[in-house]
Ligand binder design. Sequence first.
Ligand SMILES: Nc1ncnc2c1ncn2[C@@H]1O[C@H](COP(=O)(O)OP(=O)(O)OP(=O)(O)O)[C@@H](O)[C@H]1O
Length: 389
Amino acid sequence: MSRVEVRDVSKRFGATPVLDGVCLDVPESALTAVLGPSGCGKTTLLRLIAGFSHLDAGTITVAGETVSAPTRHVPAQRRRIGYVPQEGALFPHLDVAANIAFGLPRRSRRRAPRVDEMIELVGLDPAHRGRFPHELSGGQQQRVALARALAPRPSIVLLDEPFASLDAGLRHATGRAVADALAAAGATAVLVTHDQSEALSLATQVAVMRDGRIVQADTPDRVYRAPADTAVAAFVGGAVVLPATIAAGTAACALGTLTTERTGCDADVVEGEVLIRPEQIELRDDDAAGVAARVVRIDYFGHEAAVQLEVLGSATPVAARVLGADLPSVGAIVGLAVRGDVRVYTPGATENVHEAAAHRYATSRLTLDRRRAPDATSVVGHRDARDPV
Ligand SMILES: Nc1ncnc2c1ncn2[C@@H]1O[C@H](COP(=O)(O)OP(=O)(O)OP(=O)(O)O)[C@@H](O)[C@H]1O
C-alpha cells in the first residue's frame, strides 16, 4: 500500500471555490479520517484523490508518482484505488461472491480463493456467500463493499461516509469491523466522515477540514486534547470556552484561576480564552467548594449526563459531563471545580499556544464563536455534525 501526498490542492466549481490550498499527508498502512461539516469539501477531495475529477492547482502523489496536477491526470482506472461509497454500492443482480470478485481478473473470479479470503477478512459469514444484496443487512452490505474494494489489492482504499445510512449500534460495530479489516490488510485508507466519534475512534490520523482547508491533522488524541483553535475544539467534542486573563502558568476566568498547559509565553499577561472540556468540570454538593453555580438543565444519556449550569453572579453558562448515576437536581446550587490543566488561546499568538504537531500543515486564524452565549463566552456541547465548524 502507498503513501498519498496532497499538496496545495485547489478546486472550484464554476466561480465557487471548494478546496483552497489543501495539504494532507496520508501515511502508508494507516487509516486517515477526513472530518468536517457538510459542504466543507470532503467528498471533492476524495474524488480528486480517486481521479474522478481534475484539480485546478496543486499536486497529488501516490507512492511518489504524481497522479494529479494541472497538466497531468492519471485516469481513475490506472490509480489502483478501491472506493467504498455511502450506500448502494453493490450490484443487485450479483450474489456476495460475484460482487466481491467483480474487480478480479475474469479467469480468477467465482472460485477464487481471494473471495473466501476477503469474506473472512471483513468478518462475513461464509454461509452468506450466495446471498444477494437485498438478503443482507446494511452493515453486511458495507462489509461486502469493502471486501470488493480490497480484493484487487488496491494501492489505496477511499471510503466516503460508508456508515452514514446505518443506525447507531450497527454503525459502530460495522465501523470497527471495517477498520480492523483495513488494518489486517495493511491498507492505506482515507475515510471521509462528519461524525466526530467515528473519526476519533477508528482513525490513526484525523484531518479536520473547514471551508475547503485542512486546519489540523494529527492523532485522534492530539486533535481532542490539543485542538488547533476553539472551533476545532468545539467540533471534535464538548467545549466550554471562556474569556480569560492569562499569565505565567495560570488563567483567570469565570471558573476561578486555573492551571494552564505550557504556553511558551509565560512572561506576558494577555487576554485570551481558555478551553475546558466538560468532563474536566467536577460538581460538588457543597457550593462553598469551588465556584457556585445553578443547575439549569440535565440531558440524560444513561451512562452519563450533560449538566448545563449558570455561574452565580455572572450567569456564565457552563456545561459539565458527569456519570449518569449521581446527578444533581435542576435548580440545585452546586460547587464547580476544574480538574487538570486547561488549554489557552491568545489571538495572534496561536503558534505559542500550540505545541508542534507531527502532521500539521495549516492552522486557521483563531475564530471565535460568539453567537452562542452572552458576554463573549461560548459554551458548546456536542454540536450537530452538520453545523458549520
Ligand atoms: N459537481 C459539482 N458542481 C458544483 N458544485 C459542487 C459539485 N460537487 C460539489 N459541489 C459543491 O461543493 C461543495 C463541497 O461539496 P462536497 O460534496 O465536497 O462536501 P462534503 O464536505 O463532502 O459534504 P457532505 O458531508 O454533505 O457530503 C458543496 O457546496 C457542493 O454543493
